[in-house]
Design a protein around this ligand. Structure first.
Ligand SMILES: Cc1ncc(COP(=O)(O)O)c(C=O)c1O
Length: 399
């Protein structure tokens, strides 16, 4: 069988993830200090485990509604009401002005359904550069084009930078704050300017808020909702009328540590959510049913102690790396995106190899960008290991 003839041009165009390659290469490293991981190192809440196990034991193992199970949808609707002030229709089809809601197979599932719902061949979707590895694929998978918006050197996806790459073919802008790989958190003003631009140009703003809970104290903004005053990650979705112009995509995996459960959710204009639900009927059918019960239980768990612990690690990493190189301030997520100092004369890929020779694994910038000048370090690793890794990286950059 000639698979070269059979495989689609579309699948051939999709590039293999560089992160995966770094992973494979690491197999020959003995006792590696692995700073590449994009998932939390804390155990998942017991309440979530118990609820998922109970659902399995109570025979809740069949398909769920394509939109999700009712208890989870109701909890998410109330969370969105309190957090972004949206009037969400949890189960029935929403009305204009209201937001539709669905549970997705991870945040990735939500992003892919959104791309399929929006993009035809020749259409464009603007993504940040650096980007989360799936973003360029959203274009490739739909025969459309993912257009990078260069955010170097401060990694802020401002309206001014986005405006330069909008064309009459642009359907949507993907915005990610706190961002992967940089950890940069946008301000509420930057969110407002970006939403204003998208509205003027008739383009949908897709806000990937998978790291929203991992927003550290100095990057949070005051929020006043019916549920009271608090601080939160700035979001375009909190602006008046945003439910009509934004697609909000969030996940559970990073916040609660169950990345392998593949749980996320999407909320936005009812017509768009209904279209995504229609596609889900045929593609994923539903998010894993018993794990939806686990996710519903997780929503009641306070993760602030874990997040405070990550803030301390962030402080340590930034303090040490900043002595030898540029590290744009990561106000959120669990990554630092540090520049390979020009004086050591290496690309980020060469730096990755030099670090590997010292048993430290990091991801070179080219995994996330058209440039190869920075590297991503994840501090979602146990503190002693993290300290040893940072020490080696600092010594390598001090040469
Ligand atoms: C910015 C961003 N969006 C989406 C995802 C995908 O998340 P999920 O595992 O929920 O599909 C990731 C995972 O690393 C991410 O960093």
């Amino acid at each position: 069988m000639d698979l070269n003839r059979l495989l689609s041009a579309r699948s051939s165009a999709v590039q293999e993830s560089v992160i995966r390659r770094v992973f494979e290469e690491a197999r020959d490293v003995q006792d590696p200090i692995n700073l590449t991981l994009g998932q939390p190192d804390f155990p998942i809440p017991d309440a979530a485990k118990r609820a998922a196990i109970e659902a399995i034991q109570n025979d809740k193992n069949g398909y769920s509604s394509n939109r999700g199970i009712d208890p989870l949808l109701h909890k998410l609707a109330s969370r969105l009401r309190d957090d972004v002030g949206w009037d969400v229709s949890p189960t029935a089809r929403g009305k204009p002005g209201q937001s539709g809601l669905m549970v997705t197979g991870g945040t990735s599932g939500g992003l892919i359904l959104a791309a399929l719902a929006l993009l035809d061949a020749g259409d464009e979707i603007v993504i940040p550069d650096p980007y989360f590895v799936l973003y360029p694929r959203l274009g490739e998978l739909c025969g459309a084009k993912a257009v990078p918006c260069d955010t170097y050197p401060d990694f802020r996806m401002t309206a001014e930078r986005v405006e330069r790459v909008l064309t009459p073919r642009t359907k949507a802008v993907v915005f990610n704050s706190p961002s992967n790989p940089c950890g940069v958190v946008s301000t509420q003003q930057e969110c407002a300017d970006l939403l204003d631009l998208c509205r003027r140009r008739g383009v949908l703003l897709i806000s990937d808020e998978i790291y929203d809970e991992f927003t550290y104290s100095e990057a949070r903004a005051p929020v006043t909702m019916a549920a009271g005053r608090r601080t939160a990650c700035p979001s375009p979705c909190r602006l008046p009328g945003a439910a009509e112009d934004c697609l909000l995509i969030r996940g559970f995996g990073k916040t609660y540590g169950f990345t392998g459960w593949r749980m996320g959710y999407a909320a936005g204009p009812p017509k768009l959510i209904d279209t995504m639900v229609k596609l889900q009927q045929h593609i994923y059918i539903c998010a894993p049913t018993p794990l939806q019960s686990g996710a519903a239980a997780a929503l009641d768990v306070d993760m602030s102690p874990q997040i405070a612990a990550y803030q301390k690690r962030r402080d340590m990493v930034v303090e040490r790396l900043s002595k030898v190189t540029e590290v744009p301030h990561p106000g959120g997520a669990f990554y630092a995106f540090a520049k390979v100092p020009e004086r050591i004369g290496m690309t980020a890929s060469e730096f990755k190899d030099a670090a590997k020779a010292r048993r430290v694994l990091v991801v070179p910038g080219c995994a996330f960008s058209s440039r190869d000048t920075h590297f991503r370090l994840s501090y979602a690793v146990e503190e002693k290991t993290l300290e040893r890794g940072v020490e080696e990286l600092v010594s390598l950059m001090s040469r």
